[in-house]
Design a protein around this ligand. Structure first.
Ligand code: CDT
Length: 336
């Protein structure tokens, strides 16, 4: 068995003026609960340190920049350093989503995997599928989604990676480059995505082709964004139900079709008492079953023990890519 205890650390409402230090204290509290439950990997949400600021149009660069972490190394970011220090002292790996401003001034919607055993970031991912618009909506009632304005599409691709120190007896460190056939041995093979990426089968499949055993992601999903999807008018309750349904649907279906576990972690609740984000953080098995899920719309740790051996069935039978995929028929996919 290659078992590990994992958690989604769901984070409830954060207001526009909530200081980052206050949020980081809440994340540390969730980390302490994780330590008491012997959790080895905690997945924090997308843009976990502030409110979901792409809903606002900022005209002042200075005001916008307050929502970003600046520089190469987020573990040294003044407001956030204590979270990584806590993770290290408890021996818990974390993934954390945040808005990144590079030294060259480019904005990315980013997440990192910090390894407690290595004491450093072992993988960084920048969101590829940016939803929303560059320009704000004309309708003053519509809630903006300005990720395309504030971020560039991620330029790091979907790079699977091995996370050391999580499972015992992980002597085999075969490179993930060798693909699906190396899964089932050695340190766990992981992949990170961010929010909207979860709706794109290509993202999951590119990871699965590298033998990924566990995909992690955080999300900020409006419960009231029907206007952005262009769907039929619905009541706020219906819209929230629909958003939750699609969120679960893509997680369960893609975990099954790619024979991997997945952990999703929501930033949720009513920001500033009015901007509704869905909850529904979940841990899903390679058979597509929900193993654990959030019961609240606030700060909550969702925990499960997973055995990576359970990826084998799918990877070696129904979804043995080498035997069953027919790539000669998929030509349109890389072309358009
Ligand atoms: N943050 C993010 O990517 N949110 C999008 C929602 C866009 S609103 C319709 C998501 O796919 O959940």
């Amino acid at each position: 068995a290659r078992t590990l205890i994992v958690a989604a650390a769901q984070v409830g409402a954060i207001n526009k003026d909530t200081p980052k230090q206050e949020v980081v204290q809440r994340l540390i509290k969730l980390l302490h609960e994780a330590a008491s439950k012997k959790v080895q990997l905690v997945v924090f949400p997308e843009i976990a340190l502030t409110t979901f600021f792409p809903r606002y149009l900022f005209t002042s660069q200075e005001e916008l920049d307050e929502f970003f972490e600046h520089g190469e190394d987020v573990t040294q970011s003044p407001d956030v350093k204590s979270l990584f220090d806590e993770a290290k002292s408890h021996g818990i790996d974390i993934t954390l989503g945040y808005a990144e401003r590079t030294p060259e001034g480019t904005g990315y919607n980013t997440c990192v995997h910090y390894s407690a055993s290595e004491g450093k970031v072992i993988s960084k991912y920048r969101k590829v599928h940016l939803p929303g618009t560059k320009e704000p909506f004309e309708d003053p009632e519509a809630i903006n989604q300005l990720e395309k304005r504030y971020f560039e599409p991620g330029n790091l691709g979907f790079q699977a990676y091995r996370a050391p120190g999580l499972v015992p007896d992980a002597a085999n460190k075969t490179s993930v480059k060798e693909g699906q056939s190396t899964a089932g041995k050695g340190d766990p093979i992981l992949g990170m995505m961010i929010c909207n990426d979860r709706r794109w089968p290509e993202a999951w499949r590119v990871y699965a082709l590298q033998g990924v055993e566990l995909i992690t992601y955080g999300f900020n999903t409006g419960g009231n964004m029907a206007h952005l999807w262009g769907s039929k008018p619905m009541s706020p309750e219906e819209a929230t139900r629909e958003a939750l349904f699609h969120s679960k649907l893509v997680q369960q279906a893609n975990s099954y079709m790619n024979a991997c576990f997945s952990i999703s972690s929501a930033r949720c609740g009513l920001d500033d008492g009015k901007y509704d984000l869905i909850a529904g953080s979940a841990i899903v098995s390679p058979e597509g079953h929900v193993m654990a899920e959030a019961k609240t719309t606030g700060d909550e740790l969702v925990v499960a023990e997973i055995d990576l051996e359970n990826c084998r069935q799918g990877k070696e039978k129904t979804f043995d890519f080498a035997r069953h995929r027919r790539i000669e028929t998929y030509g349109l996919i890389p072309r358009q």
